[in-house]
Design a protein around this ligand. Sequence first.
Ligand code: PMP
Length: 422
Amino acid sequence: MPSLSNLSPEQLADLRSTLRDEYAALKARGLKLDMTRGKPASDQLDLAAEMLALPGNRDTTAEDGTDARNYGNLQGLPETRALFAPVLGAPPDQIVVANNSSLALMHDVLVYALLKGVPGGERPWSKQEPITILCPVPGYDRHFALCEGFGIRMIPVPMTGEGPDMAVVEEAVADPSVKGIWCVPQYSNPSGETYSDETVRRLAAMTTAAPDFRILWDNAYVVHHLADARPALLNILETCAGAGHADRPIVFASTSKVTLAGAGLALLAASPANVKWYLAQSGRRSIGPDKLNQLRHVRFLRDAAGIDAHMERHRALIAPKFAAVEEAFAARLDGWDVARWSRPLGGYFITLDVTDGTAAQVVRLAGEAGIALTPAGATHPYGQDPHDRTLRIAPTFPSLDAVRKAAEAVALCTLLAAAEAR
Ligand code: PMP
């Protein structure tokens, strides 16, 4: 198959006309498909159906003898912290279990840092403005929205396939206004890559001009495997502690995509000083979390093996959807030299890099044919992708059949936009 750049003007004109006909036929089908957000599908939520009956109205006493129905236990129940210790790579006393939404924890950590400062810092971040957070790109739009909402400057750092480009990071942190970096270290949103050992070691060891620098380690996809091959991620808390920077990382995770996206548990793990700091702030915000939900999770998931087994059930439901996207992209786009896409071993996304300058057009074409995609640019701070190249494909929510149709349509739009742009 010829690549687009090798076509004669006549061949290119023929191709455009064929693709336009195909696109017109696609539009005429009147599809209505949504590939915008990385949400679990209902059959995934059904996997946790049993949980809704737990812990049962006679099972409300926690291991420490407290009544889970009552106020208190701000840090979370001991048994819940023990359950997630292997997931977070931290001892239970360095873990906080909160209500649903780890994004809310990230929000609160930023607010507390801005208003109060963090251990090791002399003043609140807001008193040191302007401050900056490094944003590996492509990245998670809600991280960027938090920064933008609080007036925190963002510097994009390219991802390399092994995490952020560490030469860029090391140079940037020589500026004392740079206070942190967002990281989705395992099966990154959206590239799917996992940080290499070298990346983690350099993040832990680098000299930062800011003494109160924080790695915001959002390990949202830590147990979300799609394959038998499981890239190992170094333990950030131990690696930083070993490098003499124990207070540098704050680890986040949640069970949003393990049990119930709207009714899971949010998790935070950090050094003893950071945990103490976090609890001092959050203790003013709340008298304690929903511990019935914590017991519910302990009863349902039981232990690390229980979590693994549950995640295998998710994998059985969603891996075919990822495979359908891969097949549709390969069938339509292989050989044309107009796009590249990730083949993630885990997580919730596929990154589709289309021909430079055409991502917004692909989203528009797809939208007009009834396929909603995440807006072009969403993977970059301020919604600005300088190359207009990167699209985030979220295959989990629609049915398998819908995913296949949507991916075929996106591939057609990708090829059409590239052919039109030549
Ligand atoms: N972090 C990342 C990287 C995510 O992709 C998501 C969900 N899309 C979240 C956090 C949100 O997590 P939670 O439901 O725990 O707020």
